[in-house]
Design a binder for this molecule. Structure first.
Ligand SMILES: [Zn+2]
Length: 465
């Protein structure tokens, strides 16, 4: 299979195969189909979470793309096309990885020309707003480098919320948000819900209020559609545990009640029998410098039975790896709990998992659930395979390998070694270790995500090298 599709700016688009899908029975295919429909409904939630101008800007850029009557065969139009593709790829105006605002690459004068030569008759404007004012309000965002400059700013000398242009907080300072959530956590006990995970924190009349993301709340229209498709999917679930956690997820989406999200997560961790699995919800907190608010994502997958044997060997020996890891004894888990590992192929990726995809996942994130009930860890085989195939053709090996022998070794074992690295990172790395009594992962704030990823990766590399 040819995986390479196209290349622009600093991006390469690859295609991935779905091996083994055809061999699934009809019931399982239908289950995947309905879960995939649910996965398609949350895209705009993520765009809005990433930045409050994203959806409006996307509508304007796509209208130009669809209706521009001028010459499309110019350098300026090519620059516009690349910019639009970058925005599509990054789910908004900030680079998906650096989170810095993507430079537009064409002039403000040219943008005026694009607008003037496009058709706006069908364009949906907010009530009472003229097109001219609407476009003018977005031009600052596009062309002023200081405006909405960085989506996630982790500079400790700054107010992290004020300096970040994500859309999780409105008119709120870092210290106000921290005080708000510290207050909630103070009385929470040893099994706290993930406070703030599914809401926007706003200041209204000097009061801090959470706008909860649920069917009759913020993002309600999209969430209602997700719930509709999840209910359909439930009819084709492989077993009762799947039906049960889907029901809890739906209740959580309807009410926004975070204790139901925990209930769902615990039920989800326990379901290990089925071949199909999925994630659909507000999961990872990388987009919030305080690590509180979660972006929406979805992934639907099916088990790669042959490759799963590899991961099972690791997970069955999780305690050995824990005991021999090079960290101080006080940070080791005396008994590693339920690391369930499998290798999967994804049928669809959506929201924050797409188009830049993870190659492994380890969930749930709530520390106490992981410690008490365990976690599920996966390596995404069809994605890593696409990366591997591309790496064989992109010249990297020829440029950087030290010898013909090393190249041969990489061709022969590179794929397996890469997957073992991901298995170790996800299935053992993230699940390993414990924090000191009285310390919670949230204490690390802006450093948490980076340190946690580094920790998991070093764990893997230690055993690889
Ligand atoms: Zn990781």
């Amino acid at each position: 299979m040819e995986v390479f599709v196209e290349k622009f700016a600093d991006l390469k688009i690859l295609r991935y195969a779905v091996p083994g899908f055809e061999a699934l029975d009809l019931n399982r295919k239908l289950y995947i189909y309905y879960l995939s429909e649910a996965a398609l409904c949350g895209r705009d939630i993520l765009w809005d979470q990433n930045n409050r101008y994203n959806l409006r800007l996307r509508a304007v850029l796509e209208t130009i793309w669809d209706t521009f009557k001028g010459d499309r065969d110019t350098d300026s139009f090519k620059s516009f096309e690349i910019y639009l593709k970058r925005v599509w790829f990054s789910n908004g105006i900030h680079h998906h990885y650096s989170t810095e605002k993507i430079p537009v690459g064409f002039s403000e004068t040219y943008f005026d020309e694009l607008v003037a030569n496009s058709l706006w008759g069908d364009f949906k404007l907010p009530f009472g707003v003229e097109l001219e004012d609407f476009i003018a309000s977005l031009k600052d965002v596009l062309f002023d480098p200081k405006k909405e400059a960085k989506r996630v700013n982790l500079d400790p000398d700054k107010d992290l919320i004020q300096a970040s242009s994500n859309n999780y907080y409105k008119e709120v300072t870092q210290s106000e948000a921290e005080a708000f959530y510290t207050g909630l956590k103070a009385s929470a006990g040893s099994e706290p819900v993930s406070y703030g995970l599914n809401s926007t924190l706003v200041k209204e009349k000097d009061q801090l209020v959470e706008k909860v993301w649920k069917v009759d709340g913020k993002y309600g229209k999209a969430i209602e559609k997700i719930v509709f498709w999840l209910a359909k999917a439930s009819e084709y679930a492989e077993n009762d545990l799947q039906k049960k956690h889907i029901a809890s997820l739906i209740e959580y989406y309807k009410t926004g009640d975070l204790s139901l999200f925990d209930q769902y997560s615990i039920e989800w961790v326990k379901e290990l029998e089925g071949d199909i699995d999925f994630v659909n919800g507000f999961i990872e907190v990388y987009g919030d410098p305080l690590g509180i608010k979660a972006s929406w994502e979805s992934i639907v997958n099916y088990k790669d039975k042959e490759a799963t044997k590899r991961a099972v060997i690791l997970s069955e020996n999780a305690q050995w790896f824990e005991d021999h890891s090079p960290v101080s004894a006080e940070f080791k888990k005396p008994a590693v709990k339920g690391v369930s590992a499998k290798v999967i192929n994804v049928a669809i990726l959506a929201g924050d998992c797409y188009p830049a995809t993870p190659i492994g996942i380890n969930l749930p994130n709530a520390e106490w659930i992981r410690e008490k009930h365990g976690s599920k860890s996966v390596t995404i085989e069809n994605i890593t395979y696409a990366y591997f195939l591309e790496s064989m053709n992109n010249g990297m090996l020829e440029e950087f390998a030290g010898s013909e022998e090393e190249m041969e070794r990489a061709r022969q074992y590179g794929y397996l070694a890469g997957n073992l690295h991901t298995d170790l990172h996800e299935c053992l790395g993230h699940g390993s270790g414990k924090v000191r009594e009285g310390v919670s992962t949230e204490n690390l704030k802006n450093y948490y995500s980076t340190i946690e990823e580094t920790r998991a990766d070093l764990f893997a590399l230690y055993y690889m090298m």
